[in-house]
Structure formats: C-alpha cells, structure tokens
Design a protein around this ligand. Structure first.
Ligand code: NAD
Ligand code: LMR
Length: 326
C-alpha cells in the first residue's frame, strides 16, 4: 500500500465540502490504491458542524481514509499537506456578480497563503474554489513568497465541464466525444469559452453548430450557468463544483490523456499576450505532477477581443485588492 497523502480542505463544513470530502475519501481523486489523510479547516463557529461531518466520514468506514485532522487553526490544517482545496468563503446570492464577494472573501486568502507558505510541502498543489477564485488565488499566491507561484491555481474546470456538456447536448453526442474545449480568463461572466480548437467525435465543433448559436447562446449560457443554478436551486452549485475540483486535482496530479487538454486558472506568463500579474484560465496539459500551457494555437479577432476583455476584468480585480497583495 502507498504512503497516505495529506489533503487540506477549507470550508469543510460547507455545502461544497459536504460533496467533496466523501468523494476524495472514496478514491475518486487519486485512485483506489492511494490512502488519504484529510486536514479540515473551518472557522470556530462551524467546528460543531464539522464534528458532524467527521462523524459521517468515519461512519463510511472508507478503506482509503487513514486519518482526519479537524481544526480552526490554519497552520495545523496546512501542516505538510500535498494538496490544498481552498473552498472556505462566502457564496454569492442571486443578483450578485462573483467579484462583489472580493471585500467579504479577499481577506481570507492572504493568511491562508501565508499558512501554506509556512507549513505545506514545497510542491503543494493549491486549488482555489472560493470566489472570486482567480483573484483569491492571486492573493494567496502573493502571500507565499517561498513557494513556486505555479503551486497556486484557480478553478475554471466547472466552466470547462459545463461547456463540454452543453456542446454535447446541442450536437446530440456524449460529452466524452467533446475534446479540447478552452476556458480563457476569469471564472466570471467575462470568461471566454472558446470552441475554435474543439472537436466533436473528431470533427471541428464549429462545423457542427452555427455561429449564431455559438456567440449568442452557448457563450452567454456558459458564462451565466452559475447564476442560473443559483436561481433554480436557491443556492450556488455544490456537487458539480466539488466534482470539477476533483477533476482539476486528479488531472494535475496524475496527468491528462494523450492528445487532450483541460482548462486551469494559473499564473499568466505572457503566453497568448497575457502578461504576468493575474491568474488566468488557459488550456494546459499535465504530466508528472506539472502543468504546461498548450502553445501555438491560432487566435482570431473574435477570440482576441474576448480574451482581452476577461484579462481587463482580472486586472481591475487586481487593482481592487492591491492592499492585500504582498
Ligand atoms: P458555504 O457557505 O456552504 O460553505 C462555506 C464554508 O466556508 C462555511 O462552512 C464557512 O464556515 C467556511 N469558511 C468561511 N470562512 C472560512 C475561513 N476563513 N476558513 C475556513 N473556512 C471558512 O459555501 P459553498 O457553497 O461551499 O461555496 C464556497 C465557495 O465556493 C463560495 O465562495 C462559492 O462562491 C465558491 N464556488 C466556486 C466555484 C468555482 O467554480 N470556482 C463553484 C461553486 C462555488
Ligand atoms: C458557479 O459557477 O456555479 C459558482 O462560481 C457559484 C456562483 O457564484 O456562480
């Protein structure tokens, strides 16, 4: 049996936490032969609720679940962790944009970034889920000067999965027939779901749908899917968010299939004209626990305008939290 890996989850008593922990413990993230230690962080008033979640985790008698730490102390939660899911943050309500949460949530991610810097493994893989995810990831990363900035990522995988599923439905195929979707930029209403490089059952996606559907239905529907779920459910997405978070970490750790890619929010490095200083959604391949941006894709004017618009929003978010950046 392998040595257990240590996985931190913040906001562990919240709705995403409740959907995420049981799947990690069941082996959905790292496979059926990888034992896990769960390090669960909550705010002090939620520790009783967290105790209940821990009781349920124990009651599942998961073969892979080795140990649980439940705490309100970030240093303890991030001690020696290999992976950190930063979920704990307030969700938006109907009528809000995700960036409206910056003032409520931004302050959470500096101290957690520092605690990760001081305690986690040097090659820790951090995924920020709490909104606004890209800019919160930037805040956490800037508080961790001893770690490689590439350790810090933000979740655009839910948008990526939504795009695959909506395209499959429109083309009467299965989502496994859809390859090479891209979510560029911010996990927000400016994100750009790009189908120019996408294939459906081996054929170019844009030969299977008309341009009007792509620009006037598909793009806004993917951009607004989070709001549509809040309207329908009265609460923001939880099980699908947890599932996307597991997809993101699994692919980062275990690799992407040959010839395919996924979308991850990662520190911009100048690729595709997006200068450093923001966490931007890119197409990436993963191998041996590392991600690389897919290079050399043609970008037409339609795409360029949308990629620049979502970058602009990220730079504005960055301005708004300048006092939180180390
Ligand atoms: P929730 O309110 O159900 O749970 C959040 C939990 O975080 C609560 O238990 C709360 O006590 C805890 N928390 C708050 N501050 C904390 C801190 N400083 N340290 C540790 N824990 C803390 O919310 P949820 O539905 O689970 O959503 C969590 C976040 O994820 C929200 O910001 C939501 O908008 C975001 N989200 C992101 C995506 C994405 O695709 N990136 C998708 C869905 C939701
Ligand atoms: C989502 O995309 O479902 C989440 O970011 C929640 C939200 O606020 O939309």
């Amino acid at each position: 049996m392998k040595q257990p890996v240590k996985i931190a989850v913040t906001g562990a008593a919240g709705q995403i936490g409740y959907a995420l922990l049981f799947r990690i413990a069941a082996g959905d993230m790292l496979g059926p032969d990888q034992p896990v230690d769960l390090h669960l962080l909550e705010i002090t008033p939620a520790l009783d609720a967290l105790k209940g979640v821990v009781m349920e985790l124990n009651d599942c008698a998961f073969p892979l679940l080795n140990n649980i730490v439940a705490t309100d102390n970030a240093d303890e939660a991030f001690k020696d962790v290999d992976f950190a899911y930063l979920v704990g943050a307030m969700p938006r309500k109907q009528g809000m944009e995700r960036k409206d949460l910056l003032s409520a949530n931004g302050g959470i991610f500096g101290p957690q970034g520092k605690a990760i810097n001081d305690n986690a493994k040097r090659d820790v893989k951090v995924l920020v889920v709490g909104n606004p995810a890209n800019t919160n990831a930037l805040i956490a990363q800037s508080a961790a000067p001893d770690l490689d900035p590439k350790c810090f990522t933000a979740m655009v995988r839910l948008d990526h999965n939504r795009a695959m599923s909506q395209l499959a439905e429109k083309t009467g195929t299965h989502n496994t027939d859809v390859k090479k979707v891209i979510i560029w930029g911010n996990h927000s209403a400016t994100q750009y779901p790009d189908l120019h490089h996408t294939t459906v059952a081996g054929a170019p996606a844009l030969s299977k749908v008309d341009q009007a559907w792509y620009s006037d239905t598909f793009i806004p529907d993917v951009q607004q899917r989070g709001a549509a779920i809040i309207k329908a459910r009265g609460a923001s997405s939880a099980a699908s968010a947890a599932s996307a978070a597991i997809d993101h970490m699994r692919d980062w750790a275990l690799g992407t299939p040959e010839g395919e890619w996924v979308s991850m929010g990662i520190p911009a490095d100048g690729s595709y004209g997006i200068e450093p200083g923001v966490i931007y959604g890119y197409p990436v391949t993963c191998k041996d626990g590392k991600y690389e941006i897919v290079q050399g894709l043609d970008i037409n004017e339609f795409s360029r305008a949308r990629m620049d618009a979502t970058e602009k929003e990220l730079r504005e978010e960055r301005e708004a939290v300048a006092d939180l950046l180390g």
